[in-house]
Design a protein around this ligand. Structure first.
Ligand code: GRF
Length: 193
């Protein structure tokens, strides 16, 4: 971890369920001098999440939780977060919905990245929905998490143009590249930097 002179980085946990490409970009960002956060913990609901490998490579602790018993699991997660002095949670492709109780405990401290220009296309299959509606633009949004799905206050958005023969996959690729840039920028904005 790069330590800044003058102040300490705020400890963050990243929650993932899959590939972890956003996690990768967040780790890279967290190691820069200008980053206000360090990533101290990776949490996943999925033991097979590819992104978990990034924990080993970057010497970041990782924990997998089985979400089937939601209520108890969240209490265990809260305990682990406390243990690691985590102050900020970054959801990055995390496919589980956190309870109101959990969110309240981290009020204003949970961020999420969503692959659409919210408030349009909450939930899943965002790119297909945008194509089905003949949208001219798609994009991504970083927002605070509240108890309603993909509805918290928007921090930053990035638009991408939908081209003529755009497919769901080509659009997903284009948007993902922008996600990797947008999340760090949103973090800087939240910390007023
Ligand atoms: C991203 O498109 C993110 O916006 C969405 O799930 C995808 C996760 O990708 N919530 P990755 O695991 O960060 O590669």
């Amino acid at each position: 971890m790069v330590k800044l002179t003058g102040y300490k980085k705020v400890k963050a946990a990243v929650f993932i369920s899959g590939t972890g490409s956003n996690l990768k970009s967040l780790i890279k960002f967290s190691k820069t001098k200008k980053s206000p956060i360090s990533i101290n913990l990776i949490i996943s609901n999925n033991p097979k999440a590819k992104g978990l490998k990034l924990g080993k490579i970057n010497k970041i602790k990782k924990k997998v939780f089985n979400f089937k018993k939601n209520y108890k699991i969240e209490n265990r997660i809260l305990f682990v977060l406390k243990e690691h002095e985590i102050k900020v949670i970054l959801l990055a492709g995390f496919m589980k919905i956190l309870s109101k109780n959990f969110i309240t405990k981290f009020k204003g401290k949970i961020l999420n990245i969503h692959p659409s220009l919210l408030p349009k296309y909450k939930g899943l299959n965002t790119h297909q929905k945008a194509l089905n509606n003949y949208e001219k633009y798609a994009g991504c949004t970083v927002h605070f998490v509240n108890s309603k799905l993909d509805s918290g206050k928007i921090i930053l958005q990035k638009k991408v143009k939908i081209t003529k023969n755009e497919t769901r996959d080509s659009l997903a690729k284009k948007v993902l590249i922008q996600e990797h840039k947008l999340y760090p920028k949103a973090i800087l904005k939240v910390f007023n930097l």
